[in-house]
Ligand binder design. Structure first.
Ligand code: ZN
Ligand code: ZN
Length: 412
């Protein structure tokens, strides 16, 4: 158990977000997107950012209750409305060399009673307005990072057996642990962790596998990799040279699969919290890159709508490897929050690929990126497929199969 007080850990968390997550440079502006419950943390982040030389820290607040009020009472024909000033602010800060921190926390069941058509519509409208900003994010044109914090509804979902007053405390402890905040020197712990992920990524980049094969109960999937794919892990860099970590925590090394070369079936190993709805026990069947069959025990309608968003949402844009022994997996917790759950498990993402996963990708036209095997879509939704029962193999250009993972652990 760590001897730090809660206040000290919160302070460390704020500093980790600013220094390691964003890698904030003096003279940058910072925009924070945050739930109203996070105000105490945001105040510490603002102080830490100003001490690091931030020119201006601005906050864009959001609130589950306000979102739910809209679904409950807004006119049914009003769901195309969008606060365009938010999209404008994001693009402006990116264009002016600023940084964006998102604090993501939401009730996983917030919209479970709502019409799946409206849930899908709100997702699509938001994604459409954010295309120009997402484009910059997908190319690492700015330093950006996502962290999280407990809110009551979410903590209750993760710790249903605990009394309410202990739920938030327990979720904080879990987040501090998987973010290495309770270690004596979190910054050094992160530097070590980044170096380990970098070594995995370098090995995979040197291998130049043409195909990955995933085998587990309910999964028999092959994914072709584009010729010029690049594996990434932990740390990213902007064109200006700012190094940042886009997700805190992060345990993955990832690249893009070829958009036309996914074949076979893949089954989820954890529920997917998507747009306020939980999708559970689902599987997707692929032929030549495209989803041809969708089944889910729960949330099937929402999953089908997600896959039908556009042409690219029926294809994959990310494949990520995470050992089953990752701290998040070892916590044994299901977080109902992709930021954590994706870092417990091998995963793939429906939808658009990161441009920087192909050599020269950020400078390519849309047509060139597609020709290189890169997928594009309004959607990018990770879902978890890994387990202690999963084997992963890489096929070399000579057709030789080599073990990458055995029983959920690195095999090299
Ligand atoms: Zn991922
Ligand atoms: Zn992803």
């Amino acid at each position: 158990m760590s001897s730090l007080s809660f206040e000290e850990k919160l302070q460390n968390y704020a500093e980790l977000a600013v220094k390691i997550g964003l890698g904030l440079w003096a003279g940058q502006r910072l925009l924070v997107r945050a739930p109203v419950e996070s105000a105490p943390l945001v105040r510490l982040i603002a102080a830490s950012a100003y001490k690091a030389g931030a020119k201006l820290v601005d906050v864009m607040w959001n609130d589950d209750a306000v979102t739910l009020a809209r679904f409950n009472y807004a006119p049914r024909d009003s769901f195309e409305e969008f606060p365009t000033w938010q999209a404008d602010a994001l693009i402006k800060i990116a264009n002016e060399g600023g940084a964006v921190l998102s604090i993501h926390a939401t009730d996983p069941d917030l919209l479970k009673e709502q019409d799946p058509d409206l849930v899908a519509l709100v997702q699509r409208v938001g994604q459409t307005h954010l295309i120009p900003f997402r484009r910059k994010v997908m190319s690492d044109e700015l330093n950006w990072s996502i962290i999280s914090l407990p809110i009551a509804s979410w903590a209750a979902k993760v710790f249903p057996g605990l009394p309410p007053e202990e739920q938030i405390v327990s979720l904080w402890e879990a987040i501090f642990a998987v973010c290495r905040i309770d270690q004596p020197d979190p910054v050094t712990a992160w530097q070590q962790h980044v170096a380990e992920l970098s070594a995995r990524k370098d090995y995979l980049n040197a291998k130049r596998y043409t195909t990955l094969k995933f085998t587990a109960p309910g999964t028999d999937l092959t994914l072709g990799l584009p010729d010029h794919h690049i594996w990434h892990g932990a740390q990213s860099q902007t064109p200006a040279g700012i190094t940042f970590i886009a997700n805190v925590p992060t345990e993955e090394v990832f690249t893009l699969p070829h958009k036309d070369r996914a074949n076979g079936v893949v089954s989820s190993t954890k529920p997917l919290s998507y747009g306020g709805v939980l999708i559970e026990d689902f599987s997707l069947t692929f032929a030549e890159g495209r989803v041809v069959k969708v089944t889910a025990k729960k949330g099937e309608a929402v999953l089908k709508k997600l896959v039908e968003t556009d042409e690219g949402s029926a294809r994959l844009g990310e494949v990520a490897l995470v050992p089953h022994s990752s701290p998040i997996s070892q916590s044994g917790l299901l977080f109902y929050n992709t930021l954590f759950d994706e870092n417990a498990s091998n995963h793939v993402a429906i939808g658009r690929a990161y441009r920087f996963c192909v050599a020269g990708g950020p400078a390519m036209s849309d047509e060139e990126f597609a020709a290189a095997g890169g997928n594009d879509s309004l959607a990018h939704v990770d879902f978890m497929i890994g387990s202690a029962a999963m084997d992963v193999d890489g096929i070399t250009s000579e057709g030789v199969s080599e073990p990458i993972m055995r029983a959920g652990e690195w095999a090299f």
